[in-house]
Write a protein that binds this ligand. Sequence first.
Ligand SMILES: [Zn+2]
Length: 141
Amino acid sequence: MEQETQELRRVGLKVTHPRMRILQIFDEEEGNHLTAEDVYKKLLAHQEDIGLATVYRVLTQFEAAGIVVKHNFEGGQAVYELDRGKHHDHMIDVDSGKVIEFVSEEIERLQREVAARHGYVIEDHSLVLYVRPKNRGTRKG
Ligand SMILES: [Zn+2]
């Protein structure tokens, strides 16, 4: 509770029940990537009567305040995660929609080299790999 209260105050947001609870959902698991609907369902599971519209509104406020980052991955709903200020890239399991984080120093270096070759320095980048489990084969289902 204390941690969430401080975080909200730090970014200048008033401490309200929905904001507290939604922030707690993200704090529960390190590296959570959640859609607004995921957050809504988790709140329901905690017997919280917070509507989906409120969840969307709070997430938008959190995004503006820099508490969360929003990703628009292909073929899915927007996904939110806590902004931990650490760069990482993402893999999306196209079967399950699962989001996997990774960092590859080699890829980072290659990207800098490619940009440099074109006379640029990288300002920012995001890399998303759309993957499917290796062992799944070609079977459907
Ligand atoms: Zn992430």
